[in-house]
Design a protein around this ligand. Structure first.
Ligand code: PLP
Length: 437
C-alpha cells in the first residue's frame, strides 16, 4: 500500500543489503549511476507493469524504467512469451539466426535513415562504432560533441557530460571537463566541445573543414529534456553536408520513444548515422547503429572493424522483435496524452505551491528542473537548477511510493495508466507540501 503523510515507506532492508553486498560489488552496485541515491540505492525483487517491488516489500511506481528502456512497462507478456520460446533453442551460436534478421528488418522499417544496420549490446559501444565509422569515412580526426550530451562512459566521449553537470570556460567556448579519473586526457584533443542549440557556432566550426563527425542527442534527454531550437537540426544537417562531415544522432534515449522512428522521425531530419539502445528491446541488452548504406557497408568491405561476442544474442533479439512489433502509433498517442497530463499536473502543483520549477520536454520523457524561471535551452541552464532541492523532492516521493530519477528525468511507459498518474500527482502534491513545511 502507498504510504502517505506521517507514515513514510522504509528502505532499511535495501540499505542493509547494499552494505552487505558491498563486500563483493564495489559500492554494492554495478554502475556508478546507481550509486549516491537518497536515502539508499535500492534492491529489487521484481517488476510488473508500472511497478517495482523492493526488498523492503514496498510497491513503487517506477519512473526510472531501467533508465529509459521499459516503454512497454515491466515484464510485458509479449516479451515473456517470445523469450521463453527462443530460450528453448539455445543461447549463442556465433553465427546468424532468423530472429536477428527479423529484428534488423523491423529496425530498418521503423527508422527513417536506416538503410543498413548492425546490432551491439550497449549505447556506449554503438556510439564508439559510429565515431570510428565517421573517422574512417572522412579521413579526419576531430569529432564535435556538445556540452551535457552523454554518449557513454568511454574515455573519448566522457567529456562535459550530463552526470557531471559541471561546466567550464565561457558558454560559447567551453573547456572540456573530464568525467572520470583515469581517463586518457589526450582523447580531448580529438574533440571539439560546443554548446548545443547554437547554430552559428557549429556552422562556423564545421566551415574549417576538419571535422569527421558531429554527434548529438537530437533532443537533449540525458541531462534534461530540451527540444532542439527551431531550424537547429536542419541547419546542422545542411552544414554537415556542405562541409563533408558525418552527422550522428545518438538516439539511445529518443529512439523508439519520441516516435517509432525516434527523434529523426519526430523532427524530420535525417542523420547519416544514428545509434539506438534502451527502448529497442524493453530491458534486454540490445543496441544498434544504423545509417547510410555506403557508410554502414564499410563494416563489411571497407576495413572498419565492429565486433562483439554477444551482438545479436538470439534471446535478446526475440525481445527486440516482440518490442518493435508492439510499437503501434496508438501507443504513442496514449503516451502523449497521459504524459501530457502528468506534466501539466505537476506544473500546476508547483505553481500553486509557489515553487519555481520547469517541467519540460516530451510526454514520454520529460524533465523537472527546480529553481529555473524559464525552460532550459542547454547544459549551462540545467547546471543552474537547484539539485539539493530536487533530491529532497525525489526522496520525499520515494517515501510515498514514487521512484523518480534524481537528475530530473521522468520516463513513461504504456503501463502508467490514468489511475497510476493520479496516484503520482497525489504523491507529488504531498511531497511538495512536506518540503514547504
Ligand atoms: N547515449 C545516451 C543518449 C544515453 O542516455 C546513454 C545511456 O544513458 C548512452 C548513450 C549509453 O548507453 P549504455 O548505458 O547502454 O551504454
Amino acid at each position: 500500500a502507498r504510504a502517505r503523510g506521517n507514515n513514510p515507506l522504509s528502505f532499511d532492508k535495501s540499505a542493509e543489503l547494499i552494505e552487505r553486498n558491498a563486500q563483493w560489488m564495489a559500492g554494492g552496485v554495478n554502475s556508478n549511476f546507481r550509486l549516491n541515491i537518497s536515502p539508499t540505492p535500492l534492491v529489487f525483487e521484481r517488476g510488473e507493469g508500472p511497478w517495482l517491488y523492493d526488498a523492503d516489500g514496498n510497491k513503487l511506481i517506477d519512473y526510472y524504467l531501467g533508465m529509459g528502456p521499459m516503454i512497454l512497462g515491466h515484464k510485458p507478456q509479449a516479451l515473456v512469451d517470445a523469450v521463453k520460446q527462443e530460450i528453448e533453442k539455445g543461447f549463442l551460436f556465433a553465427g546468424q539466426t532468423t530472429v536477428e534478421a527479423e529484428a534488423a528488418r523491423l529496425v530498418c522499417e521503423l527508422v527513417p535513415s536506416a538503410e543498413r544496420m548492425r546490432f551491439g549490446c550497449s549505447g556506449s559501444e554503438v556510439d564508439q562504432a559510429a565515431i570510428r565509422l565517421a573517422r574512417a569515412a572522412t579521413g579526419r580526426k576531430k569529432i564535435i560533441k556538445f556540452e551535457g550530451h552523454y554518449h557513454g562512459w568511454f574515455d573519448n566521449v566522457l567529456w562535459s557530460t550530463a552526470p557531471a553537470l559541471n561546466a567550464a570556460g565561457p558558454e560559447n567556448a567551453p573547456v572540456p571537463v573530464a568525467g572520470s579519473k583515469g581517463q586518457l586526457t589526450e582523447t580531448a584533443d580529438a574533440l571539439v566541445v560546443l554548446p548545443w542549440n547554437n547554430l552559428d557556432l557549429v556552422v562556423e566550426r564545421l566551415a574549417q573543414g576538419d571535422i569527421a563527425g558531429v554527434i548529438m542527442e537530437a533532443a537533449m534527454c540525458n541531462a534534461g529534456a530540451v527540444h532542439p531550437a527551431p531550424g537547429y537540426l536542419e541547419g546542422v544537417r545542411e552544414a554537415c553536408t556542405r562541409y563533408g562531415t558525418i552527422l550522428i544522432f545518438d538516439e539511445v534515449i529518443t529512439g523508439f520513444r519520441l516516435a517509432p522512428g525516434g527523434a529523426q522521425e519526430r523532427f524530420g531530419v535525417t542523420p547519416d548515422l544514428s545509434t539506438f539502445g534502451k527502448a529497442i528491446a524493453n530491458g534486454f541488452p540490445v543496441a544498434a547503429i544504423v545509417g547510410r548504406a555506403d557508410l554502414m557497408e564499410m563494416f563489411a568491405t571497407g576495413g572498419v572493424v565492429h565486433g562483439g561476442t554477444y551482438n545479436a544474442q538470439p534471446i535478446a533479439m526475440a525481445a527486440t522483435v516482440a518490442t518493435l512489433m508492439s510499437l503501434k502509433p496508438s501507443l504513442y498517442a496514449t503516451l502523449e496524452e497521459r504524459g501530457g497530463r502528468l506534466m501539466r499536473g505537476m506544473g500546476e502543483i508547483f505553481a500553486r505551491a509557489g515553487v519555481l520549477a520547469q517541467v519540460a520536454g516530451f510526454p514520454q520523457v520529460f524533465h523537472v528542473a527546480l529553481g529555473l524561471d524559464v525552460p532550459a535551452r542547454n547544459y549551462r541552464d540545467l547546471a543552474r537548477m537547484d539539485r539539493p532541492a530536487y533530491v529532497a523532492l525525489t526522496t520525499a516521493l520515494l517515501h510515498r511510493g514514487v521512484r523518480a530519477l534524481e537528475r530530473g528525468a521522468w520516463f513513461l511507459s504504456i503501463e502508467h495508466s490514468d489511475a497510476v498518474i493520479d496516484d503520482t500527482l497525489l504523491a507529488v502534491e504531498d511531497s511538495v507540501r512536506e518540503l514547504k513545511a
